[in-house]
Design a protein. Structure first.
Lengths: 484, 732
């Protein structure tokens, strides 16, 4: 659906009627004619299409992330700023490009713009600069030619040369301009996200909830993979254009404190949140298990849930965290639903006509949390199975409460109720882990597919349940006993 | 540091790949209708719904082909468009043209198959062989007397080995653009490794002489063998569309169509028998390779001999008998992929050595080191090893990895850890260079010196990231005595250099840079003759003078690799110009609880001889190793029992990412290779085989958990197979 959108591409401001459903990749390549951004897969998996997306973060301040333009709807650009390889290259070679060149990190070159965007985004992002984080920033990029050795060397050079970058975008961007990582005029503009065409929230409110062409979208990282060539009639309504939707707040009552997550909270936002980290200490370790940095920058928790994939990672975590959903817009107004009751069958949910997820509530009492995911490739891969476990302990060290989830063993993400019942009130031990493992082995009715056989999935559920025990109670040293 | 000017364009985002070029007005976009199953018959196509979408939509079928509906080169068994019957899932049934790509794809999705009848599909190569579904005849190479030799062995071990296919995943998908030409022919831009090959087949399909078909190839976004023969069909479809519609036609596959409808590395199923003396000396080796060739011949007859040539790995085995059978199945026609049958051969001999080591109670490395090729050893195909570098590279590599200490450290680590086990393995490599088909070892070059002193070089070489253009530029600059900044490498075009061979078999530089050098030598001689009377002129002045004096400033030259011969009846001869050697040690850490593993280090010593450009060569070694490691321990080309490709997107087909790759420490063995351009050695394919060490490194770690469980040789290693081995209940 065409809509007036106001955004900046590199140094140029656009205010145009554009199909809001159109993938940004197509618009950049075909309409803007900037072909440095490549299509390698059109499903978020290769990073050839990376661009830098600027806008305002949760705190209202400018925020820059590398994202996949093949899963980015044009409508999302209202009030935002895109930087492509041409924007970076307008002043000639940058130090990122030079590092890649000197190490021979561009062979066929098809992946190179994507890697350069990712590494430049890394320097811009404000994270700590070290070789390991530099390489983590390209975990969403595939290269079939180099074997990554040269890319690793280039990343190390950058990490070394830019270790002293100042914190905070306001200081960092001018410094990057001074050192030719960014053209100076562009760096200046990158601190000033454009105003959207309508007032805040206007785009969101513009679509009538009963419009049959409406689709609610979060980051689009799931939807665009299923709709690579969306119908021009469709009218996406982007959750981050709903006022206040990108927020994580402490709420509830004194007896029942909860965390309230808005519908536009991204995976990045979730793992970065101090509230979430207090609730489940160490949970940020598991961020890297989900997708890749450019996907995590866009993917929302609500999208992960509504997508209703039996192997959705955040859903698995949220089940163990005891999340509930706030749904709005249905015939009965707002409803509150246990997350585990939301899934009705394979990719079938209890969402009703006109309804959308407005938020997610998580009980806010601290717990021990662990997440396990098995996949073919350690990074950027969909789970064969996943499982999360959250426990609270009684003063005597016994298990006071437990919630455990299982993904990939049934048409829907599961709570492992039998396993939970078997654990409550017991002292953790290898014997209990084995008993729990048996129940996990039998908790679902897995099928075999490209990601693994049914038997493998059962065995994994058993082993990953042992892994929960080993990691949740590191003080007990259960590993030796379980593997004996 | 010298920078490759093409790479400069890459990092600036300025390189124009096929889909980046501005589109002509009136250009039509093409999409394909693919067969829905592995084997079936159909009576026709219902195109009404597609045609109703837009007046620009047009559906082109087999009956529209003006010439021959045939893509095959070795054997005529591969129609461009299926007519009446399809033989694999993803075979092209029709071409759909429309005014935009999205419209073409949507229209293609609305074309329905009429009167479909499913036919039985065979996917297993052994089953195909048992039914007599084989391509041409099996080939056998032999040396010594295997049967007698086995009787003299202290231990004889036999086993079965599987290796899976591999998808190329060049980042730029396949494509072509065709323009109808007022000559009545077509001009094509094709993403191919073989412009002349495309020219020949397009001419055949259109019923035109070759001189009416002009093919140009610009830089490719990766190829790896996947665009050697497999690019031809897409170019032929674009050309057909252009002729039928009278408009320019562009085809650019989306990733899924590319994965489903293009050939990949051959899966193999093999049996081996190996016989040794107690001390680990290999006396006899026998193997039967069942190559899953897929539904059409494609390049299989060139690939199977390369498997046989490499069946004995980097070893001298006095008695060898190896047979390769091309089995016709209802899968995608498998094709060239870096290594070209070699890796499948290497994996079998390395598996046999692993099995033999267990039987003898020694380490595989002891057998490997004892049997490496020495000077003067005769390969089982009759060639004699000259200056073999197997021992040198392996010993240097083991030293680099501090092998004895590494083994001891691993033993200590494994004794101290229950949840993690480490493993290590070495794989020595010896890889023959030259196209296995002798006729293909030829190439031409056309060098122009423009009268301002700048130089343009055309050859048959296609640049796909391997740096062949850069290497040719350096060789030309050196031969003419000018800075390389004066040299431009032209796109590869059939009108500048004709009858070229595909850029493949690692020979791109060997053949094309040599041809260019010969042309430059001719030009240099002409200039030197002038310079004799006019000392002190620089190159530019000399060129101006030559022009003035009517001296030809262009030269064409031709190079055919000398000394190659092969007798198919005896399977003996000298099929290779030389061999490339090297060795890798790979270490891995296994998570015993979860069955997952990570690779820690790769130590590589590679026989580069003389490197024309060390940055490029290091990149070739690392990149090939990564593909080999992916093939050995990650990439699972999963087909369903019904012959449908299951891993048909990048979300289901996982290839190495940065995180997967170990630290790589690559060292070159530098000793000139006389008789080649700049005394260099080809580098594209040999390092791929180093990845096999990754399989055995994980296997080594698995054995640390269950020393008495029989090992399995079923590549790729996957976490699923590892966990099955680890959990006692169900073994692989
Ligand atoms: C390369 C890649 C890797 C991935 N890896 C992983 C992974 O490792 N683990 C994993 O779990 N997932 C993975 N995913 C899937 C996907 O990224 C996640 O499911 C993500 O959380 C989806 O969120 P989104 O905001 O992008 O959803 P969208 O694509 O925007 O939406 C998904 C669905 O939810 C609906 N929807 C979205 N928001 C709302 C709302 N507020 N109310 C009602 N309906 C709504 C949409 O209509 C759509 O049907 C991956 C995807 C890609 C492309
Ligand atoms: S094109 Fe591959 S991630 Fe977008
Ligand atoms: S350089 Fe070819 S894919 Fe990276």
């Amino acid at each position: 659906m065409k809509r007036v959108i106001r955004f900046r591409l590199n140094e140029r401001l656009y205010e145009e009627e554009i199909g809001s459903e159109q993938p940004a990749l197509d618009w950049i390549r075909k309409t803007a004619g900037l072909t440095g951004t490549k299509e390698g897969c059109r499903e978020g998996d290769c990073g050839a299409c990376l661009v830098l997306l600027g806008g305002r973060g949760m705190d209202g301040r400018p925020e820059w992330k590398a994202v996949t333009s093949c899963t980015l709807g044009m409508g999302e650009l209202d009030g935002r700023h895109l930087v492509t390889i041409e924007g970076l290259a307008s002043g000639g070679l940058t130090p990122v490009m030079e590092a890649m060149l000197d190490e021979g990190a561009s062979q066929c070159g098809f992946c190179s713009p994507g890697f350069i965007i990712a590494l430049t985004g890394f320097l811009v992002s404000g994270q700590a600069i070290d070789p390991v984080s530099a390489m983590a920033s390209v975990e969403g990029n595939l290269c079939r030619c180099t074997g990554y050795g040269s890319i690793r060397r280039a990343a190390s050079i950058l990490a070394r040369d830019f270790a002293d970058l100042p914190a905070g975008l306001e200081r960092r961007l001018p410094e990057l301009a001074r050192r030719h990582v960014l053209p100076a005029a562009l760096a200046q503009l990158m601190l000033e996200p454009p105003e959207p065409a309508g007032s805040q929230g206007a785009a969101f409110a513009a679509i009538h909830p009963e419009d049959p062409s409406l689709v609610d979208l979060g980051g689009g990282t799931d939807w665009y993979v299923r709709n690579p060539d969306p119908d021009p009639d469709l009218a996406p309504r982007f959750s981050d254009q709903a006022p206040g939707a990108r927020s994580i707040r402490a709420g509830g009552s004194a007896e029942r404190p909860v965390l309230e997550l808005g519908s536009a909270v991204t995976v990045d936002d979730f793992f970065a949140s101090p509230l979430v980290r207090n609730l489940a200490p160490g949970i940020e370790r598991f961020a890297a298990d989900m997708a890749s940095p450019p996907i995590r920058a866009r993917a929302t928790l609500a999208g992960n849930i509504v997508n209703a994939s039996p192997i959705a990672d955040l859903t698995s975590m949220l089940l163990a965290l005891g999340a509930r959903l706030v749904l709005e817009g249905g015939p009965d107004g707002e409803r509150l639903l246990e997350l585990s009751d939301f899934f009705l069958g394979y990719k079938k949910t209890d969402i009703r006509d006109g309804e959308r997820v407005r938020g997610i509530l998580i009980p806010a009492s601290p717990l021990r949390f662990n997440f396990e995911k098995a996949a073919k490739r350690a990074r950027l891969d969909i789970a064969t199975v996943n499982t999360a476990m959250a426990v609270t302990l009684a003063p005597d060290g016994g298990i006071a409460s437990v919630r455990a989830s299982a993904g990939g063993v049934a048409p829907v993400p599961l709570r492992m109720v039998a396993l939970e019942n078997a654990m409550v009130g017991k002292q953790p031990s290898a014997a209990l882990a084995r008993e729990a493992g048996k129940l996990a082995y039998d908790c679902g009715s897995p099928i075999g597919d490209v990601r693994g056989s049914a038997g493998y999935r059962r065995r994994l559920m058993e082993r990953l349940t042992w892994a929960h025990f080993i990691r949740l109670w590191p003080e007990l040293g259960l590993e030796k006993e379980l593997l004996a | 540091m010298k920078r490759n000017p093409e790479s400069v364009l890459n990092v600036l985002g300025k390189t124009q790949y096929l889909d980046d070029l501005p589109e002509n007005a009136g250009m039509l976009h093409a999409a394909v209708v693919l067969s829905p199953s592995a084997h079936g018959r159909f009576s026709g196509l219902d195109t009404a719904a597609a045609l109703a979408m837009d007046s620009s939509v047009r559906v082109v079928v087999a009956a529209d082909i003006p010439g021959q509906n045939e893509l095959g080169t070795a054997v005529f068994d591969e129609p461009l468009l299926a007519a009446g019957e399809w033989h694999y899932h993803g075979q092209v049934l029709a071409l759909v043209l429309a005014s935009s790509r999205s419209l073409a794809r949507k229209a293609a999705a609305r074309v329905a198959v009429q009167g479909a009848e499913q036919l039985p599909a065979v996917t297993d190569p052994r089953e195909a062989a048992a039914r007599g579904n084989i391509i041409l005849s099996p080939r056998t190479q032999r040396s010594g007397d295997v049967d007698t030799a086995f009787l003299a062995c202290d231990v004889v071990v036999s086993g079965r080995v599987e290796s899976g296919g591999q998808e190329h995943v060049y980042l730029e998908t396949q494509g072509a653009i065709a323009w109808p030409d007022d000559s009545g022919g077509v001009r094509l831009l094709s993403g191919t490794q073989s412009p002349s090959g495309v020219q020949k087949i397009v001419a055949r399909v259109l019923g035109l002489p070759m001189n009416l078909v002009e093919v140009e190839t610009r830089r490719l976004g990766g190829a790896f063998g996947g665009k050697e023969d497999q690019a031809t069909g897409w170019a032929a479809l674009a050309a057909l569309g252009a002729v039928v519609s009278g408009r320019p036609v562009k085809i650019n596959l989306n990733r899924r169509d590319d994965m489903v409808a293009t050939g990949k590395r051959h899966p193999y199923s093999s049996d081996f028998r190996i016989g040794l003396k107690k001390d680990g000396t290999i006396l006899a080796f026998e193997a039967d390779f069942y190559q899953n060739s897929g539904a059409a011949t494609d390049l299989s007859p060139a690939i199977i001999p390369r498997t046989l040539f490499h069946a004995a790995g980097a070893y001298h085995i006095p008695n060898v008998r190896v047979t390769g059978t091309m089995c016709r199945t209802n899968l995608i026609p498998f094709t060239a992929f870096r290594g070209f049958g070699g890796p499948q051969g290497f994996f079998v001999i390395e598996s046999a050595i692993d099995a033999a080591a267990r039987a003898l109670g020694i380490e595989p490395a002891d057998i490997q080191r004892r049997n490496l090729l020495s000077d003067g050893d005769e390969f089982h195909y009759g060639m004699v090893a000259e200056d073999p570098r197997a021992k040198e590279t392996m010993e240097r590599c083991l030293a680099k990895a501090d092998w004895n200490k590494l083994r001891a450290d691993i033993r200590d680590f494994n004794a101290a850890h229950a949840g993690l086990k480490r493993g290590a393995a070495a794989t020595p490599v010896c890889f023959g260079i030259s196209f296995t088909k002798i006729m293909m070892n030829q190439g031409g070059a056309l060098v122009h010196i423009y009268n301002d002193g700048s130089v343009g070089v055309s050859t048959g070489a296609v640049e796909m990231g391997q740096g062949v253009g850069r290497k040719i530029a350096l060789v030309v600059a050196d031969a003419l005595g000018i800075p390389d900044s004066k040299v431009k490498i032209e796109t590869t075009r059939t009108v500048t250099v004709a009858n070229t061979m595909p850029t493949a078999a690692s020979t791109g530089t060997d053949i094309n840079a040599m041809a260019a050098k010969i042309a430059c030598d001719q030009l240099r001689a002409r200039l030197d003759a002038l310079a004799k009377d006019r000392p002190g002129l620089d190159f530019v002045q000399l060129v101006a003078l030559a022009h003035e004096q009517r001296v030809d400033l262009s030269a064409h030259a031709f190079y055919a690799t000398p000394g190659l011969h092969y007798d198919l009846a005896t399977e003996k001869g000298k099929p290779f110009h030389y061999h490339v050697y090297g060795c890798a040690v790979v270490t891995a850490t296994l998570d015993v609880l979860r069955g997952t593993y990570q690779f820690d280090d790769a130590f590589i010593v590679h026989d580069i001889a003389h490197s024309i450009d060390p940055v490029i060569d290091r990149g070739q070694v690392e990149g090939a190793f990564a593909q080999g490691l992916g093939w050995a321990a990650l990439e699972e080309l999963a087909f369903g029992a019904d012959g449908r490709l299951l891993a048909n997107t990048l979300s289901t087909y996982k290839l190495p990412d940065a995180h997967f790759m170990p630290r790589m420490d690559v060292e070159f063995l530098e000793r000139p290779n006389p008789g080649t351009v700049a005394n260099s050695k080809a580098v594209g394919e040999p390092p791929l085989m180093y990845g096999i060490a990754g399989y055995f490194a994980v296997l080594d770690a698995l054995k640390a958990v269950h020393p008495d469980k029989p090992a399995f040789y079923d590549l790729p290693m996957t976490p699923e197979k590892a966990l099955r081995f680890l959990s006692e209940e169900d073994s692989p």
